[in-house]
Design a protein. Structure first.
Length: 201
């Protein structure tokens, strides 16, 4: 089943290829956008959704490989599948080294393309999920006071509230208050969850 809200971008200067690939992906339930150039893709790319880019390696103006580099510079989560009418092994090798999902020569097998698109969208969805989780953790960490960060570090090191209080020269009650506040801000209910949360940050 297609990823919810997933989108496939079909980038080729040949309208017949765009129409054929667009028809194929829409026939299995994917949302898609047709782009005649790399510049159009970069203008229309929505990196808040799991995405796959089916990208012709030979485009007028900016090449597919240059578009791939720009996508990397933007840190996009979209997976890239190159298609070409020219069997160009060095370009294929460069594309794969830079993270392309696959490099398919026209005419390609429809099922192979659909399988690669599915792989790309799954990887894109996972990357977006990691990015959102990281942003949430960073936001929560930013909400901690300096003292709360200090106490969190000591809790992670395995120190009890009594030891923390002694080390910091404050009361156990004050440590417990800070501990409660930082765990609330972190959105965790136990020390084990706090440790896992801090490590994921």
């Amino acid at each position: 089943m297609p990823e919810p809200m997933a989108i496939v971008y079909v980038v080729d200067d040949d309208p017949a290829v765009r129409d054929a690939v667009g028809f194929l992906v829409s026939s299995v339930g994917y949302d898609y956008r047709s782009c005649a150039s790399g510049a159009e893709l970069l203008d229309r790319l929505d990196d808040t959704r799991p995405a796959c880019i089916v990208l012709d390696v030979r485009l007028p103006g900016v090449s597919g490989l240059e578009i791939q580099r720009e996508l990397q510079n933007r840190n996009t989560s979209a997976g890239v599948i190159f298609i070409t009418g020219h069997g160009d092994v060095p370009k294929a090798v460069r594309a794969m080294r830079h993270g392309a999902i696959d490099f398919l020569e026209k005419p390609f097998d429809d099922q192979v393309l659909l399988d690669r698109i599915s792989d790309a969208l799954a990887a894109s969805a996972a990357a977006l999920d990691r990015s959102r989780r990281t942003a949430m953790i960073e936001s929560r960490l930013g909400g901690l006071t300096e003292r709360e960060r200090e106490i969190m570090s000591m809790i992670i090191d395995g120190k009890t509230s009594k030891l923390i209080a002694a080390d910091l020269g404050i009361s156990v009650k004050t440590v417990e208050n800070h501990r409660h506040n930082l765990m609330t801000k972190a959105g965790v209910n136990s020390v084990a969850q706090l440790i896992a949360w801090a490590k994921s940050a």
